[in-house]
Write a protein that binds this ligand. Sequence first.
Ligand SMILES: Cc1cc2nc3c(=O)[nH]c(=O)nc-3n(C[C@H](O)[C@H](O)[C@H](O)COP(=O)(O)O)c2cc1C
Length: 132
Amino acid sequence: MSGRFATQAAIDPPRFLVALSDKNRTFRVAGAAEHLAVHILDRSQLSLAELFGSHTGDDTDKFAQCGWSDGPHGLPILDDAAAWFTGAIVGRVDLGDHVGFLLDPDRGELRSDMSDPVMFDDVRDLDPGHGA
Ligand SMILES: Cc1cc2nc3c(=O)[nH]c(=O)nc-3n(C[C@H](O)[C@H](O)[C@H](O)COP(=O)(O)O)c2cc1C
């Protein structure tokens, strides 16, 4: 998850909110999607945060530069992510220059103990691939 605007949004039923900038290719792809995948990284995977946060799919085939496999709903799941989940998009909320995608998480995997997760300070100096 290179996203900074992402949070659990409800407990029962569980919901997760991902805010995508309307400038990003990810936003355009998500517009036609029924499901999204969210990846969680730990500090040993900062290169993935750099790849996905600092490059846009408009210029770079990011998935050609990392390992991934087919996951639920045909979504690409990154081989090296510490954890991931997929979810159905059950709502879209206009947030201004971002749109909130409300997810109903359905499948996922925790591959590490997440004792050393990527925090915002680790990535705050990355240059986004697309302007905000
Ligand atoms: C630390 C960091 C956090 C970011 N958080 C978000 C976010 O929450 N939502 C978003 O839409 N873009 C966010 N971005 C920007 C995109 O990751 C970036 O513009 C990326 O290059 C877009 O790629 P795309 O055009 O392939 O979607 C963030 C970038 C960085 C460096």
